[in-house]
Design a protein around this ligand. Structure first.
Ligand code: SF4
Length: 373
């Protein structure tokens, strides 16, 4: 990312990692931090799984993971990979044959721990399939499923055990001359996950896949992920992420983007800055923001929009946003464009008006971008 010379306190210095490809999405190096999610449909149901992949891609998912526990799901994977608008990661545990089938079916990446596949011959076969089909691999260490010998050595899941597990898996891939891998060291405990990620970030230059596993439902999981992933990203650690929620994958993608947007690491779509509202509000801020979020979901161009209840904070916030609306008296408010007062607008049809302004602004920006290219 480019550094901010005017506001150096906003700079995040990303850890230098090497870059790999997950299909056509670069992960690591100076590539944008990608957002992933995972389907929760029956993977052998092509239509249901594809629908979920497409819905996730529509809200910005760069990569989607699909679990492939059996042969019928690796068979279905072929069509899913062919029709998917984004690269598909096949999630495999233990069964090396599923990994080979998934690579043959067109998976862009295999999530598999080489240490769990079995003997040397099986590892070699999986690595060969990955190389032959241009797949990368994600080594996914999880505090909840650490190898027995590491639990015996360390007594309980701890950052050192997770890093050692990851390094053991890395060594196996490197011994097979395979370097197209990324790593995750997930835990449901934010302290454990954050410490393990810091450890692995120092131990290797491989790209890092961030996640707080089993984070919880929409609200609690969002908070936990924002704390865990947010801190790591702020430290410059992380090249791709998945927010794990017991919720619709679409929500995971939205939360992932919001975390990145809050840190200025990615911009996508409309970023609404709104006040919590109080007795001073000149219009119903909460209902307005809820409706605007829904009606502006289709906008992909990064645009900032401030929706503020009154003049206490409205003009100040509008200064820093592309479009702003500040509530006033007598059923109307002020519209700001690029920080400057532009025109008055009646509250009654303010939402339609703002949607129109944002769509127009988005079209202008896209046209300028196309002309520049
Ligand atoms: S900006 Fe105005 S309406 Fe919004 S919370 Fe502050 S004082 Fe209340």
């Amino acid at each position: 990312m480019s550094l901010n010379p005017v506001r150096p306190w906003r700079n995040i210095y990303r850890r230098k990692s090497r870059q790999i490809m997950v299909g056509n999405v670069p992960v690591g190096g100076d590539a944008p931090i990608s957002v992933q999610t995972m389907t929760n449909t029956d993977s052998s149901d092509v239509r249901a799984t594809l629908d979920q992949v497409i819905r996730a891609a529509d809200v910005g998912a760069d990569i989607v993971r699909v679990s492939t526990p059996d042969e019928s799901s690796t068979r279905a994977l072929r069509e899913i990979c062919r029709e998917s608008p984004v690269p598909i990661v096949a999630d495999i545990h233990f069964h090396y044959k599923r990994a080979i089938e998934a690579a043959e079916a067109g998976a862009a990446c295999l999530r598999i721990n080489p240490g769990n596949i079995g003997d040397e011959k099986r590892v070699a076969e999986v690595v060969r399939a990955a190389k032959d089909h241009g797949c990368s691999i994600r080594i996914g260490v999880n505090a909840g499923s650490l190898e027995r010998h590491l639990l015996e050595k360390y007594g309980e899941p701890c950052p050192e055990a997770m890093v050692e597990s990851a390094m053991d898996h890395i060594r196996i891939l490197e011994d097979h001359d395979f370097r197209e891998y990324k790593i995750s060291v997930k835990a449901s405990d934010v302290f454990l996950a954050a410490a393990a990620y810091q450890g692995i970030a120092e131990a290797t230059d491989a790209p890092i896949h961030l996640g707080i596993t089993e984070a919880g439902g929409l609200t609690s999981g969002t908070v936990k992920s924002a704390i865990g992933l947010g801190n790591l990203l702020w430290m410059g650690i992380g090249d791709t992420l998945r927010v794990s929620l017991s919720a619709d994958p679409v929500e995971e993608v939205k939360v992932g983007f919001e975390i990145l947007k809050s840190l200025g690491l990615r911009t996508r779509g409309v970023q609404i800055i709104s006040c919590p509202s109080c007795a001073r509000q000149g219009f119903d801020v909460i209902a307005t923001v809820a409706e605007l979020e829904e009606r502006l979901e289709h906008i992909k161009t990064p645009i900032s929009l401030s929706i503020i209840g009154c003049v206490v904070n409205g003009p100040g916030e509008a200064l820093m946003t592309d479009i702003g609306f500040t509530g006033g008296g007598a059923g109307s408010g002020m519209v700001y464009m690029a920080g400057k007062q532009d025109h008055k607008q009646a509250n009654a049809d303010m939402i339609d008006h703002i949607v129109e302004l944002v769509e127009k602004k988005s079209a202008e920006i896209e046209a300028e971008k196309a002309a520049a290219e």
